[in-house]
Write a protein that binds this ligand. Sequence first.
Ligand code: GAL
Length: 412
Amino acid sequence: MKKTLIGLAVTAAFAVPAMAQQSVEVLHWWTSGGEAAALGVLKGNLEKQGIKWNDMPVAGGGGEQAMTAVRARVTAGNPPTAVQMLGFDIQDWAKQGVLADLNDVAAKEGWDKTVPAALQRFSKFNGKWVAAPVNVHSTNWVWANKEVLAKAGITADPKTWDEFIADGEKLQKAGFIALAHGGQPWQEATMFDGVVISTGGVDFYRKAFIDLDPKSLNSPTMLKAFDRMAQLRKLVDKDFSGRDWNVAAGMVISGKAGFQIMGDWAKGEFIGAKKVPGKDFSCFRVPGTQGVVSFNSDQFAMFKVGADKVAAQTKLASAIMDPGFQSAFNVVKGSVPARTDVSDKDFDDCGKKGMKDFAEANTKNTLVGSMAHGHAVPASIKNAFYDVITRHFNGQIDSKKAVVELAAAAKS
Ligand code: GAL
């Protein structure tokens, strides 16, 4: 008995420090079926290394609610280990001096050589890596139900804007919802990314949304882009208001609707529902935007944490940048790898097209940051743009007023 007690005491004395499990707390907004499945790949990889995953999901597509939650945590002096973040938000937090320095692991693993410059522009601040990019999404995509299209007499993907609208009308005549849409500001802005490129081309998009040139923002071309949004408004059903994006994707998947204009995270929902690209659904660029990619890259911004948490944080960063992981994760998520050295062999046809489009746009200078997803302008301006686009989509202001307000919003 005495021996056993001593034995237990000895075990306990040594067991406590040895068993203090490493852990990470990760804040994100990946709560849809496809998103959660993709995140599960990362969680699984860490757990295999004995690192506990404390999940902090904050629902809300596009991440606005998640960013509010981060603010509260940082203000309280208790930031999570890592936070899913987009473009300018990373830079904004880096400026506050609250992000960690990942340069050691980045140098050891050669991130500088494998991550495209367009992403590094957001992952680094003052020469220091502060975030690990997990993917590259793009927003100028259309998702279509092939059977529904066939029933409406549509045999090929529309190539021009006018063809797209005409196909939408055919779908409505055949009794389908033409465009599955969720009436939330970020979703309207997501469609607007593609509509602006389609209407004015990549140089116009750049002048308007990246250079914030007032003459482009308040121009006949932008007026036409808003008129096109009004055309799209006629293609949505009456219950669109407030609907989540994955519910809208579900309408295309189940055959209620023909099209959805959404970033390639929508593909994660199709894959999760066991739908096959080319057979059950098709993916094509918003008509008039082929060759251009409006991208957003999800990155995990790493916050400064206590010394006891740094080792697990570094392992998380390293797991995110692992080439095998980048393939496995992005196959499920619908996005493409954030590294240039990952093979496309495990990707489906839409994924292969996404990787090819991204590489080509990168070399041809037709790769532009998504306004809707924080890669063109900082959050303050982005939110002011959202407001104008949404009020216009909901018929509160006409196109003429919208262009004036868009130019004003750029000054906010
Ligand atoms: C985007 C994000 C994607 C996807 C989407 C919908 O901002 O980059 O990964 O999650 O929101 O939630």
